[in-house]
Design a protein around this ligand. Structure first.
Ligand SMILES: [Zn+2]
Length: 207
């Protein structure tokens, strides 16, 4: 069993790939975003702190996320981390209790990300999410569930997506370089359908 970190820009399909790989390889999938939301939903002590922090529009501090990951990983082998670490400081904190076997970078170009996320639509009434490329509604511009009008989130506008991609590239570079120096980095071409990408990740992990 291996401890693995999955990295990649927004639109690389990290969540989908992580879920698929974790299931096939028998790894525990830890998405820090989901873990934090879960703590908030369950109203735990940590959840209450997180809620306050987010309500103030602040970033959840590293120690808190690290404590959460540590508790959930619980010393076991075979953890797949998705969405964490994001910074060098977090990577160093993680290394204190979770030895990594591989870091997989899902590589996808800016144009492809703009195409993917730019095709996302949400229902203005019920919030259902569609993708004109991969999951289109039955009737153009209308929600299958409630008939509401489908709209594009401001976050998914092409220029905003391009900017988010550039910011990710810039901010994640020190982390990627760090893992490359440690000899842990594996790059997988993520500009294909999720099934093919997941198969490649499994191959790279040797499982
Ligand atoms: Zn709807």
């Amino acid at each position: 069993m291996k401890n693995v970190v999955l990295l990649g820009p927004p639109g690389a399909g990290k969540g989908t790939i992580a879920a698929r790989v974790a299931q096939k390889a028998g790894l525990l999938h830890l998405s820090t975003g989901d873990l934090l939301r879960d703590e908030v939903a369950r109203g735990t002590e940590l959840g209450k702190r997180v809620q306050g922090i987010m309500a103030r529009g602040e970033l959840v501090p590293d120690e808190l996320v690290l404590a959460l990951v540590r508790e959930r990983a619980d010393g076991r082998r075979g953890v797949l981390l998705d969405g964490f670490p994001r910074t060098l400081a977090q990577a160093e904190g993680l290394a204190q209790f979770l030895p990594l076997d591989a870091v997989v970078y899902l590589a996808v170009g800016k144009d492809e990300v703009v195409r993917r996320l730019g095709s996302r639509r949400v229902c203005s009434s019920c919030g259902a999410v569609y993708n004109l490329l991969t999951q289109p509604p039955k009737e153009s511009g209308r929600c299958d569930r409630c008939g509401g009008a489908l709209v594009q989130r401001p976050d998914d506008a092409p220029e905003v997506v391009a900017r988010r991609y550039e910011v990710y590239e810039r901010d994640s570079r020190p982390l990627v370089d760090h893992y490359r120096r440690l000899g842990l980095l594996r790059t997988v071409d993520a500009a294909r359908d999720p099934e093919a990408v997941a198969a490649d990740v499994l191959k790279v992990l040797g499982s």
